[in-house]
Design a protein around this ligand. Structure first.
Ligand code: KMH
Ligand code: ZN
Length: 274
């Protein structure tokens, strides 16, 4: 089986220090959490940034500072800035970090309820706009799908030429308002993508490690981190992203999956060598 790519979603836009003190806000905290994840086997850092007080932002300078600080500690790691940002941001605001020409970024492939009155809006035209801007810069998008209809949207936009191969999906399952992350959901999505596509799972909350295990056994890839889940086990807060990545690395051992280095992850995803 292909080696396992572990992505660490270290910070997100929604979780706070009140929920888990290890959620990073400052540039130094973000770099430290990325480094801890990298040391445990993460080859991709899925990156959101915050103001020092924790407010989510898509500010270009903030991204640039965070990326430089991460690269200082983990020079070869793949950095994948979010173009999802936080609910309510404009499309152009969300797209800001692509101006730094990262190797990857996210591309959210449909709208989803995000709890209460919040809707994370990604219309078909929004997705086409994001895709055009992302491919223009030769950035590989991670295709974030919060349910089966988002996978279908990707396949439709592929046929119409708006989305291009290589397809690397992220099944983000367990959002309150999106698709759940049970085994049957995983199998449904897994069977819906082309055989030459790659995928990663991002289980939200209690789905984090059960989905990780399914993907590891199947030959897929895994995203974990405080953005998605704050607990190392039921009722026990994780002591940072490193601990969450370490738990996935241990699961990989159980299935005899080796962990991909950033160099190997680049080959699997068809990215250029550093
Ligand atoms: N924060 C969510 C509204 C992404 O990074 O592309 C969107 C999100 C997805 O986290
Ligand atoms: Zn994100």
């Amino acid at each position: 089986m292909e080696k396992l790519i572990i992505t660490a979603a270290i910070c997100g836009a929604e979780v706070t220090k009140e929920m888990n003190e290890y959620v990073p806000y400052t540039i130094e905290e973000i770099a430290k959490e990325a480094h801890n994840a990298y040391l445990e086997g993460a080859s991709i850092i899925h990156l959101h940034v915050r103001e020092d007080n924790g407010v989510p932002t898509q500010d270009l300078t903030r991204f640039s500072l965070a990326i430089d600080a991460i690269k200082e500690l983990c020079p070869d790691v793949i950095i994948q800035p979010s173009t999802g940002g936080a609910v309510g941001m404009t499309n152009d605001e969300r797209l800001t970090p692509i101006n730094l020409n990262p190797e990857m970024c996210t591309l959210d492939c449909g709208s989803v309820n995000f709890g209460g009155d919040e809707v994370f809006i990604n219309t078909e035209n929004d997705i086409k706009y994001f895709a055009e801007k992302i491919y223009e810069r030769n950035i590989l998008p991670e295709l974030e799908c919060f349910g089966k209809m988002h996978v279908d949207q990707v396949l439709y936009l592929l046929k119409k030429g708006h989305i291009k191969e290589h397809l690397h999906f992220s099944f983000v399952l367990g959002v309150n308002g999106g698709m759940t992350g049970y085994e049957r959901d995983f199998v449904f999505l897994r069977e819906s993508i082309p055989s030459d596509a790659t995928y990663s799972v991002a289980g939200i909350g209690r789905f984090e490690f059960s989905l990780a295990e399914l993907a590891i056994a199947d030959g897929g890839h895994v995203r974990v981190g405080l953005e998605d889940n704050l607990f190392i086990e039921k009722g026990v807060l994780a002591k940072g992203n490193g601990e969450l990545v370490k738990k996935v690395a241990l699961l990989a051992k159980k299935y005899k999956r080796e962990i991909a280095s950033p160099k190997e992850a680049r080959i699997i995803l068809g990215l250029k060598e550093l």
